[in-house]
Write a protein that binds this ligand. Structure first.
Ligand code: MG
Length: 383
């Protein structure tokens, strides 16, 4: 079996979304890069990726520029076309090594991530097994989902949103950045309003976002000010490169500190575990290096006794992939479920993921276990 083609399809949601009312549900992604890997066996693998799609397209489709035997700045497709898709570990390193001058992080790793996920999808389809089984474990059939949304600008809108997600069956809700950080007094009022609307039962996750730059001591002050509202976790309170700052915060507060959606590779996650000492890792499969890296992250996390809650915001395709990574963990905690109804989030697969008693079922079909809707690709494809 050989890889015959690797493509990046760029999709655009109809109409450029703006949020007319900040109190409303965010609209989901406007642009999406979709990787499609084809084989001579007629099996095709897919993954979306959260990156700048046109840049990723260039990285994938660029010709081989290096001298033979000195591959270090080649197009990613050129490195794996003709190769056996059933060797994702070797092909991951071949792409990493072959893009090392322009890669190592950022768009190159994001494109490698999506290609890697597509290879695991192909393997699953060939063997008739879901990806989690190929990874080696299906510890659970369902994972509790958290509603993933943005902060609303007023306490009333926060309470309204919180109640709406509870009505939909969620038992955990994450509010992210948005207006958070503009006014410390209002930040507390917003979190208090959400907690008050939720009552004692449901979990409240807070993504403070790192775009507001904070020192570790400021971050510690914010976390302590939110303690009365019992957040399940506080996400990305510092710049993603501030490993030593994270350590200072994590060592000083009792609320679990989470980060990792910007992190990539096994080496990066080793820094988060050993140096930053965060409590919860949030690898995004389409940014960290795909399943080939994520399973190493799970191994490292289990050894260090820290939790992994994959970041997965873009689409049902990524959420399905994240469910397989959750099922591979001895101790799955939560799966992120983007609550936006944007077409690229909700229409990309034929049978969209559905909440059942606050949980998502781990797909049991072959590969990722969700089928990409080709007619939706045709409808939204712009490149
Ligand atoms: Mg986040």
């Amino acid at each position: 079996m050989k890889i015959t083609n690797v493509e990046v399809l760029v999709l655009k949601s109809p109409g450029l979304y703006s949020r007319p009312e900040a109190s409303e549900e965010p609209p989901g992604p406007t642009y999406m890069g979709l990787v499609r890997v084809s084989t001579d066996a007629g099996i095709t693998g897919y993954s979306d990726m959260e990156t700048a799609p046109s840049v990723a397209k260039a990285a994938v489709e660029a010709p081989p520029w290096s001298e033979p035997g000195m591959e270090c700045f080649d197009g990613l497709a050129s490195l794996i076309i003709g190769e056996n898709p059933l060797e994702p570990e070797r092909l991951w390193y071949k792409m990493y090594r072959g893009s090392i001058y322009y890669g190592r992080r950022g768009v190159a790793i994001q494109a490698i991530s999506a290609i890697d996920i597509a290879l695991w999808d192909i393997m699953g389809k060939l063997y008739g097994q879901p990806v989690c089984i190929l990874l080696g474990a299906r510890w659970c059939e369902r994972v509790r989902a958290y509603a993933s949304t943005l902060f609303r600008p007023t306490p009333e809108a926060m309470a309204h949103a919180a109640r709406r997600y509870i009505d939909r069956g969620f038992t955990a809700i994450k509010f992210g950045w948005g207006v958070f950080g503009e006014d410390p007094k209002r930040d507390i009022e917003l979190v208090a309003a959400a907690r008050s609307a939720l009552g004692n039962g449901p979990d409240l996750l807070i993504d403070t976002g790192w775009f507001v730059e904070r020192t570790p001591k400021q971050a510690i002050g914010i976390v302590k000010s939110l303690e009365p509202y019992r957040p399940f976790l506080i996400e990305e309170i510092l710049h993603p490169e501030d490993y030593d700052g994270y350590r200072q915060v994590a060592d000083s507060v009792s609320i679990p500190i989470a980060c990792g959606e910007q992190e990539a590779t096994e080496w990066g996650f080793h820094e988060l575990i050993a140096r930053a000492r965060v409590d919860i890792l949030q690898p995004d499969l389409t940014r960290c290096g795909g399943f080939t890296v994520a399973r190493k992250i799970v191994h490292m996390a289990e050894r260090a006794n820290v939790l992994v809650i994959p970041h997965s915001w873009s689409s049902d395709l990524l959420t399905a992939a994240s469910l397989h990574l959750n099922a591979f963990q001895r101790r799955a905690v939560l799966v992120e479920f983007n609550t936006s109804q944007g077409p690229l989030s909700r229409e990309l697969v034929k049978d969209p993921l559905r909440l059942e008693n606050g949980c998502l079922r781990v797909p049991d079909g072959p590969g990722l276990g969700v089928e990409v809707n080709e007619s939706v690709i045709a409808k939204y494809r712009i490149a």
